[in-house]
Design a protein around this ligand. Structure first.
Ligand SMILES: [Zn+2]
Length: 306
């Protein structure tokens, strides 16, 4: 029986679920607004219900669900616990992996949502041609996933990639993390939005030539460039791939970002890196989460054999 996996993307704005085959094709999908999460139990039950809906669908198609991968906006431990999440504080301390795998009867892997996007773009999207590159997701927050020499780098404790909390203004705006002047304070969706306008509305005005709206994106692109220039000097990467909702406005962000990278990197590592738009759009997270579940299943079935 063919194996498929279910990829889940738990974002601050949307919940996405997809039944995905090994080639990265989406066989079925469900998506809904995240809404305010006030307590973990009803939220876990909601995730469980949607995943079971896709499990039933898999059964009807004659395929077997080998595992579930869940990308969550926040810090996730290697054991599948949500250590902290600015957008979903009610999930703090919840071991989503353990709770859901018990309820669903299949292995459940939990990872950071930007890391899931990095895996998705690496296998099926804009990262395919590169060995070492940085995934940046810009939406409700700023996330990053680092692929080094073909492998996702998650750091000593699984917590690497918090580019959104790199200092870009030493005395800048206070951030929820306790620092001030973090990149996220200058680039995420609400930093670009003005008054009652969403980032998407500001983007529409910028495209139609509104100078103030263009300046907002240029400012965000500039701060992204400052942070990324430091990363490029440190790691000599081949590419930076932009994903997440705000990256729909790639053409508005990228020129200022490139300018800043050129002016702040050493000539060679700066010139070696391209800034490109993600190829998978809002599917990057579910495809990557499903792929991470496939990979985990292969590793565990290999270890059972040996
Ligand atoms: Zn911060």
């Amino acid at each position: 029986m063919e194996s498929v996996c279910i990829g889940v993307d738990v974002g601050g704005t949307n919940l996405r679920f997809a039944l995905v085959d090994q080639g990265g094709a989406v066989l079925s999908r469900v998506s809904e607004p995240t809404e305010t999460v006030t307590a973990p139990a009803p939220f876990v039950a909601r995730l469980q219900g949607r995943v079971q809906q896709l499990q039933r669908e898999a059964l009807a198609r004659g395929v077997r669900v080998a595992g579930v991968g869940i990308g969550v906006a926040g810090l996730v431990s290697g054991e599948g616990a949500v250590l902290s999440s600015v957008n979903l504080p009610a999930l703090q301390g919840v071991n989503l992996g353990a709770e859901l795998s018990r309820a669903l009867g299949v292995p459940v892997l939990v990872l950071n949502d930007a890391n899931a996007c990095a895996v998705g773009e690496q296998r099926f999207g804009a990262g395919k041609g590169y060995r070492s590159w940085l995934m940046l997701t810009i939406g409700t927050g700023v996330g990053a996933g680092l692929i080094l020499d073909g492998r996702l780098w998650t750091g000593a404790n699984g917590l690497a990639g918090e580019l959104g909390h790199l200092t870009v203004e030493p005395e800048g705006r206070p951030c929820g993390c306790g620092n001030r002047g973090c990149l996220e304070q200058y680039t995420f969706a609400t930093a670009i939005s003005a008054g009652n306008d969403s980032a998407a509305a500001v983007a529409r005005r910028a495209v139609s030539g509104d100078a103030a709206a263009v300046a907002r994106f240029e400012g965000a692109g500039r701060y992204l460039g400052i942070a990324v220039a430091g990363v490029l000097n440190l790691l000599n990467l081949e590419a930076v791939v932009l994903g997440g909702g705000v990256s729909e406005s790639f053409e508005l962000l990228a020129p200022a970002m490139r300018r800043e990278i050129c002016s702040r990197t050493l000539a060679l590592p700066g010139a070696a890196a391209c800034v490109v738009k993600g190829a998978l759009g809002p599917d990057a997270g579910v495809l990557g989460a499903a792929q991470a579940a496939f990979d985990a299943e292969k590793i565990s079935s290999r270890s059972h054999l040996s």
